[in-house]
Design a protein. Structure first.
Length: 374
């Protein structure tokens, strides 16, 4: 049994593929699994590190803002795209997969389209509420189109084989214990806030959070875990100093990155974050109230659409970055934390949206497309 995965570009495309592959391999250790991705993308590092074979197909995205640099970049992108079709075809013919699975990113396009033309069964999974360009194109030819939320259907071609499966969520998120997590982190009876703006960091969020921490220190009763991100880490101590905050003050836990997200989400009363698809799936699974600040620097503004799904279900509060100020963030946090019933309602509504068996749903769709049902 052979499965070819195609994904890349961002962790939001790569991590779902790794989760699906891991779930499948645990049940079929004899299966041959191969990943196709961009040799210059983060998938070239993450996929081999997870123990999977990696086949490089060079491909570049397109820049929408018109300037001379982007025009030259897009011309190179056209050349890469033209070559990628032939590379994808050769890879498929050499590997001979029983199924081709795509989870987004530009590389999914040529691999799944060529696979469909060659007669191989194909399946694509979209993690965002607003589908990307690749999913919109592949929806016309894929044998199965898996979606994270029902709302995504309205942006896709009608009368196609759509199945709402949710996003795969790590099991440690699903089974984390709140009391044990709060004890481990030393939260005590304080209100626990967890904030982050992505692995690289978000300047506007860091600026607002530093001022929020100053208010929390004056108000008392808070424990705040904040991840600055790699690029913002050197700058954050200066932001705290400007706000008059001692970084070593009790109740502050400032890090570059949150490696123990399962514990942090379980302990949190409120999360402040971006609204990537996988983050939202984890917030839903953990039943955590949140203030979502969508990144404006993503393709097709998909984080805004992701966040609005939760807000429309009274499961989160959305603050657009263009409106974000330290005062607005403080007022929003104060309004929510002053009323524990509101926090509970947001968390319960988020949890009611969670699809906790997404891995199994996706696995069953894969089995249905494999010869003899796997």
């Amino acid at each position: 049994m052979k499965i070819l995965f195609a994904c890349g570009g961002t962790a939001g495309h790569i991590n779902p593929a790794l989760a699906i592959a891991g779930y499948f391999r645990a049940r079929h250790p004899e299966a041959q699994i191969l990943f196709a991705g961009n040799p210059k993308g983060m998938e070239a590092r993450l996929i081999p590190a997870a123990g999977y074979e990696f086949a490089p197909i060079e491909i570049m995205g397109f820049q929408r803002q018109l300037n001379w640099f982007n025009v030259k970049y897009n011309l190179r992108s056209v050349g890469c795209l033209a070559l990628s079709w032939g590379r994808a075809k050769r890879l498929i013919q050499q590997f001979g997969p029983d199924l081709i699975v795509g989870t987004g990113g530009y590389v999914s396009g040529p691999v799944l389209r060529e696979g469909a033309k060659l007669g191989y069964p194909t399946l694509t999974h979209e993690s965002n509420a607003y589908p990307g360009i690749t999913t919109k194109a592949l929806a016309r030819t894929a044998d199965r189109v898996l979606l994270s939320v029902e709302e995504a259907k309205r942006y896709l071609p009608p009368n196609r084989p759509y199945v709402v499966t949710g996003n795969p969520v790590r099991e440690e998120i699903l089974f984390a214990d709140r009391r044990a997590a709060r004890e481990k982190l030393g939260v005590g009876e304080r209100i626990c806030i967890v904030s982050f703006g992505g692995s690289l960091g978000a300047r506007r969020i860091n600026e607002a959070v530093a001022q929020l921490m100053a208010w929390e220190q004056q108000a008392g009763g808070f424990y705040h875990i904040h991840a600055t991100g790699r690029y913002e880490k050197p700058r954050f101590p200066g932001l705290l100093a400007e706000a008059g905050v001692d970084p070593a003050a009790p109740g502050l836990d400032v890090r570059e990155y949150i490696n123990d997200m399962a514990d942090c989400l379980a302990a949190a009363d409120l999360v402040i974050s971006r609204s990537g698809a996988m983050t939202l799936s984890e917030l839903e699974a953990s039943g955590t109230a949140s203030i979502l600040i969508p990144s404006p620097n993503v393709a097709e503004n998909h984080q805004y659409h992701n966040a609005m799904v939760l807000q429309n279900h009274d499961a989160a509060v959305v603050v657009q970055e263009k409106e974000l100020t330290p005062q607005l963030l403080r007022e929003t946090v104060q309004r929510l934390t002053d009323d524990p019933a509101v926090l509970r309602r947001l968390g319960q509504n988020a949890q009611s949206m969670a699809i906790l068996d997404a891995n199994e749903r996706i696995y069953q769709e894969i089995l249905a497309l494999l010869p003899s049902g796997g």
